[in-house]
Design a protein around this ligand. Structure first.
Ligand SMILES: [Fe+2]
Length: 308
C-alpha cells in the first residue's frame, strides 16, 4: 500500500492544570524530550524516535482534556485537496497560520460531530531522532529515560454521533474501519479507524458529552517494555487505571494510567498490522469485556465513565 494522503497522527495538544508538574511528569516519568516553549507558555515534546519537532503540546488550563488532535499529510497539495473535499462534504474548516505552533506550517482545522477539533498539516521541521542518517546506532540515551515510548500512536475520543465522524474519516480522509463493537444491528458503541497498516490511528466511543478524551496512546517496542513501564509507574506512584493486560480489540498489550491532571494515557505494544481490504472485525456486547480487556473479560467502570 502506498502511503499517500493522510500519513499518520502528528500531534496532540493537551490541557493541564499544573504546567510545571506536568512538564516534570512528561519529561521524566513518561520520558518525552522537551523541544520548545512558545510565547503562549505552551511546552512542546517529542518521543525519542520521532523525527519531527514535536508530537505533544501541553497548555496550562482550568480543566484537563484535549484541545486538538492532528494528522500529518504528505504534501501542501494534499492539504489543499482535503480541505476542499471536507468543505464539499459539508465540513467547515479554518486555516491556522504557519508558526502558530512552533516549527509547524499552516494547519487546517475542523470540528467533528463528536465535538473534537481535528487538524491536518503538511509541514513541521524535522529535528531527527538523535541518530545519524548514515550508519546509525540502534538507540540513544533518550530511549532509556523514563518510560521512553517510540512515538505518539493514536487517541481514543468520546462523544456523540460517532457514525458521522466515521463517515468523514472514511469518505473524505481515506481511513478505513478496522474493528467495531456493535451496540445492536444499527449502531456501534465504538469504532477503530486506520489510515495506515496500524490497527488504529484514531478511535471513538459513543458518549453523550462531546469533545472528551479517553486516552492518548504511546507505542513501546515490546511486552518487556510494557512491564518496565508498569515498574516506572509504580516507582513514581502514577495512578494506574488497568494493566498490564491485553486488548481483544487490536490484540495490543497495554497499560492505562493517568497523568497528574487526570488525562488518561496508554503505553502499549503490538496489535496486528492490517490493510484496507481486510474485513472489519466485529465484537458484540455480550463479549465487550473480552474486546476491551482480554484477560479479565470484563470492563471496569472507569473505562466507560472516566474521561477528561
Ligand atoms: Fe489505545
Amino acid at each position: 500500500m502506498a502511503m499517500t494522503g493522510v500519513l499518520r497522527p502528528g500531534h496532540i495538544q493537551l490541557k493541564v492544570l499544573d504546567l510545571d508538574e506536568s512538564v516534570e511528569f512528561y519529561s521524566n516519568v513518561l520520558g518525552l524530550t522537551e523541544t520548545g516553549r512558545d510565547a503562549q507558555g505552551r511546552v512542546y515534546f517529542k518521543a525519542w524516535d520521532e523525527r519531527d519537532h514535536h508530537s505533544v503540546i501541553l497548555r496550562q488550563a482550568d480543566s484537563a482534556g484535549i484541545d486538538f488532535f492532528a494528522f500529518k499529510v504528505d504534501s501542501c497539495a494534499t492539504l489543499d485537496k482535503l480541505e476542499k473535499d471536507l468543505n464539499a462534504y459539508g465540513v467547515a474548516t479554518r486555516r491556522i497560520p504557519a508558526g502558530e505552533l512552533l516549527e509547524t506550517g499552516e494547519r487546517v482545522r475542523f470540528t467533528l460531530p463528536t465535538g473534537h477539533d481535528i487538524e491536518l498539516y503538511s509541514k513541521k521541521s524535522e529535528v531527527g531522532n538523535g541518530m545519524s542518517d548514515v550508519n546509525p546506532e540502534a538507540w540513544t540515551a533518550a530511549a532509556e529515560k523514563g518510560i521512553a515510548p517510540i512515538r505518539l500512536d493514536h487517541c481514543l475520543l468520546y462523544g456523540p454521533d460517532i457514525e458521522k465522524a466515521q463517515a468523514i474519516f472514511t469518505d473524505v480522509l481515506g481511513f478505513y474501519l478496522v474493528e467495531h463493537i456493535a451496540l445492536d444491528d444499527s449502531q456501534d458503541l465504538a469504532i477503530w479507524l486506520s489510515c495506515s497498516i496500524k490497527a488504529h490511528d484514531i478511535a471513538f466511543v459513543r458518549h453523550p458529552e462531546p469533545g472528551k478524551l479517553h486516552h492518548v496512546s504511546f507505542l513501546l517496542e515490546s511486552w518487556e517494555k510494557v512491564l518496565r513501564a508498569a515498574d516506572i509507574m509504580s516507582m513514581n506512584r502514577v495512578s494506574i487505571d488497568i494493566g498490564p493486560t491485553r486488548h481483544g480489540v487490536t490484540r495490543g498489550t497495554t497499560i492505562y494510567a493517568f497523568d497528574p491532571n487526570g488525562n488518561r494515557f496508554e503505553t502499549f505494544c503490538g496489535g496486528y498490522q492490517c490493510y484496507p481490504d481486510n474485513k472489519p472485525t466485529k465484537w458484540t456486547m455480550d463479549e465487550v469485556g473480552a474486546a476491551v480487556f482480554y484477560h479479565d473479560r470484563k470492563l471496569n467502570d472507569r473505562f466507560l465513565t472516566v474521561v477528561s
